[in-house]
Write a protein that binds this ligand. Structure first.
Ligand code: SAH
Length: 452
């Protein structure tokens, strides 16, 4: 059958893509259809055809997925921050499981790995501890919310259903106070105005709040009055910070950050470990599930106190500090120098002395450690989406640790890397997916890998 643009076709949805669109095939030719769910029989109108695939718009659902639900959020379709709200939470966990299973087979050729059901949240709403919203203007007033999909106009948002309620309230309050004192929003087109973004961070355990103004220039009109009102109105605010981004860019943050009031840090804890979080620190956004993920990583590391452990891609040392409680010594490596500053500060904060942190590329630093005679019993990796550097995997293979624990935010690169480790003499025993980002397509997983 030859397909044409604007043609309506009937098909069955077989799968979901990484961005949550349904995939169905016509004579083997894949079509991507936003809003369609696996198992559904639908009509779709073709909107774009490429050589090997096409895009179509959902027109009618004949047979509905048993997991189809009405998205609870009123701005779900416009916002784009969530991609799976039209799928029940149970259905989302099932889809994430299927995604992990499919890539482990297809890319990793790993057929005998035990994959556990995804660990989801009991209440998968209001989990994010960080809000970062662009600010615009509408009829003289400020709007703070999100960019309309495929555009740069900003839609106001009073409530984000995956955000901790405190963050929504703080954004609203800050917006109202800024508006009262005549602060103008930054205008991207004209490169004029002041306020670009409002960011709020919230310590779920400590209840401490940080407010960050991202502005085009250092002056904020009526700065002192604004600060005074924020302090008076927002309970538990501990830190008010300004980041200055003078550039014509859609990158959110600039290079300069100054404290306007209070502390440079707020604090939060995961399990027994306390963390200092600055405006620019990387910190996991779902604290409840972070604990679940790290506990699993620790369980898979299976430490008895005598081991030397390497934590590659360690960020601000979160996993390293967890591991240090159970290991003889932990070596953490991370490419961002500020993150390592935070990691060292966090080690001190917790009185942890058996960790060393180094700045650099894991694929360079770890071979150097090896050359210095450091022998790792366990290596933990938590790389970004692109996965581990091949040199690093080869170094791990040469170092022959008893165990590798792989924490992954991208099942496809996890599967690719597990295959390389498998060929190098390791065996993947089990994989535990953890849902860190309910209602989005992101999928996190931990793998336990043993030396054969
Ligand atoms: N383990 C941390 C952070 C994981 S995110 C946590 O759980 O909080 C991945 C980290 O890898 C980021 O902090 C990123 O800066 C770092 N990174 C990216 N490429 C790297 C490389 N080649 N070598 C070392 N670290 C790298």
């Amino acid at each position: 059958m030859t397909l044409e643009k604007n043609q309506t076709v009937e098909l069955t949805i077989e799968d979901l893509t990484h961005d949550g669109a349904g995939v169905g095939k016509i004579d083997g030719f894949p079509l991507f259809i936003k809003g369609a769910l696996p198992g559904e029989r639908i009509d779709a109108k073709i909107i774009k055809l490429k050589k090997n695939y096409g895009f179509a718009r959902l027109v009618r659902v004949y047979v509905e997925s048993k997991h189809r639900v009405e998205a609870p959020c009123p701005i779900y379709k416009q916002c784009g921050g969530c991609q799976l709200q039209h799928l029940s939470y149970e259905g989302q966990l099932e889809a994430k499981y299927n995604q992990v299973e499919s890539v482990l087979q297809r890319i990793g050729h790993l057929d005998n790995v035990k994959i556990h059901p995804v660990l989801g949240m009991n209440d998968p709403w209001n989990y994010r501890n960080k809000a970062q919203v662009p600010v615009g203007e509408e009829e003289g007033g400020l709007v703070a919310g999100f960019y309309q999909q495929r555009s740069h106009s900003i839609v106001n948002m009073d409530e984000c259903m995956i955000q901790q309620e405190v963050n929504d309230q703080v954004v609203q309050t800050v917006k109202r106070i800024a508006e009262k004192y005549g602060v103008r929003a930054y205008d991207e087109q004209k490169h004029r105005g002041t306020l670009r973004h409002i960011m709020v961070r919230y310590g779920q355990v400590s209840k401490e709040v940080m407010v960050v103004f991202v502005t085009k220039q250092s002056e904020i009109p009526h700065r002192e009055e604004i600060i005074e009102e924020i302090v008076a109105e927002i309970p538990n605010v501990k830190s008010i910070v300004q980041n200055i981004n003078p550039k014509k860019t859609n990158v959110v943050f600039g290079d300069k950050t100054t404290v306007l009031w209070g502390e440079e840090y707020i604090y939060d804890s995961i399990g027994d470990i306390k963390f200092a979080i600055s405006a620019r620190s990387f910190y996991q956004v779902n604290p409840e599930q972070t604990k679940v993920l790290y506990d699993k990583a620790l369980e898979y590391a299976d430490l008895n106190g005598s081991e030397t452990v390497i934590d590659a891609y360690c960020g601000i040392g979160t996993i390293s500090l967890f591991l240090a409680q159970k290991a003889k010594r932990v070596y953490g490596v991370e490419i961002v120098p500020e993150a390592i500053d935070d990691a060292k500060r966090n080690a001190k904060l917790n009185g942890v002395e058996n960790v060393d942190f180094a700045v650099g590329e894991a694929e360079k630093v770890i071979p150097w450690w090896k050359a210095q005679g450091i022998e790792a019993d366990v290596i933990v990796v938590d790389p970004p989406r692109k996965g581990c550097d091949e040199t690093l995997l080869q170094t791990i293979i040469e170092m022959k640790p008893k165990r590798v624990v792989y924490v992954s935010c991208n099942p496809a690169t996890l599967a690719r890397d597990l295959k390389i480790l498998e060929e190098g003499g390791f065996e993947t025993k089990e994989v535990q997916p953890v849902d860190m980002f309910p209602h989005t397509t992101h999928c996190e997983a931990v793998a336990r890998i043993e030396l054969k």
